[in-house]
Design a protein around this ligand. Structure first.
Ligand SMILES: NC(=O)c1ccc[n+]([C@@H]2O[C@H](COP(=O)([O-])OP(=O)(O)OC[C@H]3O[C@@H](n4cnc5c(N)ncnc54)[C@H](O)[C@@H]3O)[C@@H](O)[C@H]2O)c1
Length: 270
């Protein structure tokens, strides 16, 4: 089937679609022939993309506000009469923080965005998705499984997104609704750029980020977006899957002991 027809006649809803990975997903679903509705709390970015991609509909809203999510869904279904796919992409990663620099309040706020935002929209969308035997795609993270230094709250929220994906996949299978997640590795987005800028040596941080992948580059939003369209349009027998889009970052051994660790000599004879 031509790529422009892969998801024709379907309606996809994408959160955090104004920039980065979300914007890439909006573009890819438009190219697949779907009707795309997207939201973001960044109004100017959202309006700019909406104008660039005729036929898309943008709503300025915050995924942590349940009322916003109710309005987003009801307007989508009223306008298009159906909903086939929800992509929970809106999320954030705080600048690097040692455990003692974190706070319960900061952790709670991140849970509200990265985990409960996903939970709330999905729960509200289920009655519509059951009618179309649609699917949910959660944008989680590789680090939710392998961990990441100086990111305890972020890692915990993403680990929970991956776990929630699997639990929901089990419960929704009886309705024919598939629930999957994508775990990106290092994807070059405005968020990654901002995080690098918050480090003492931004260029060195970016270089380290590139070298983390055996493929020798960071991913692009389009790489994640291609995986999302695949899960929605073609992966009919996949549910509860965590699809890694990482350039192989999780493979093999690396230099993982910090300089502060006392290195143990295994006693190799000289
Ligand atoms: N970039 C990476 O390397 C990477 C890796 C793994 C996972 N991820 C995940 O991918 C997703 C997108 O990341 P990105 O790098 O494109 O980030 P980004 O900051 O570049 O884009 C995120 C978008 O989400 C929007 N957003 C944030 N909070 C919102 C809210 N409360 N309501 C509505 N919209 C909101 C932002 O305005 C922004 O437009 C996030 O969930 C992130 O955790 C990113």
């Amino acid at each position: 089937m031509a790529s422009g027809r892969r998801y024709a006649g379907k309606v996809a809803l994408v959160t955090g679609g104004a920039r980065g990975i979300g914007a890439g997903i909006v573009r890819a679903f438009v190219e697949s022939g779907a009707q795309v509705v997207f939201c973001d709390k960044n109004e100017s970015g959202g309006r700019t993309l909406e104008q660039e991609l005729p036929g898309t509909i943008f709503f300025c809203c915050d995924v942590t506000q349940e009322e916003d999510m109710r309005r987003l869904l009801s307007e989508t279904v009223q306008r298009f009469g159906r909903l086939d796919c929800v992509v929970n992409n809106a999320g954030s990663h705080p600048p690097p923080q040692w455990p003692e620099e974190t706070s319960a309040q900061g952790f709670r706020q991140l849970l509200e965005l990265n985990l409960l935002g996903t939970y709330t929209l999905t729960k509200l969308a289920l009655p519509h998705l059951r009618k179309t035997q649609g699917n949910v795609i959660n944008i989680s993270s590789l680090v939710g499984t392998i961990g990441q230094s100086r990111a305890v709250p972020y890692v915990a929220t993403k680990g929970a997104v991956t776990a929630m994906t699997k639990a929901l996949a089990l419960d929704e299978s009886q309705y024919g609704v598939r629930v999957n997640c994508i775990s990106p590795g290092n994807i070059w987005t405005p968020l990654w750029e901002e995080l690098a800028a918050s480090t003492p040596q931004p260029m060195a941080t970016v270089h380290e980020g590139i070298l983390a992948q055996p493929l020798g580059r960071m991913g692009r939003p389009a790489d994640v977006a291609a995986a999302a369209v695949f899960l929605a349009a073609e992966a009919h027998f996949c549910t509860g899957v965590e699809l890694l889009v990482t350039g192989g970052a999780e493979l093999g051994y690396g230099c993982k002991a910090s300089r502060a660790v006392t290195v143990e000599d295994p006693g190799i004879p000289s």
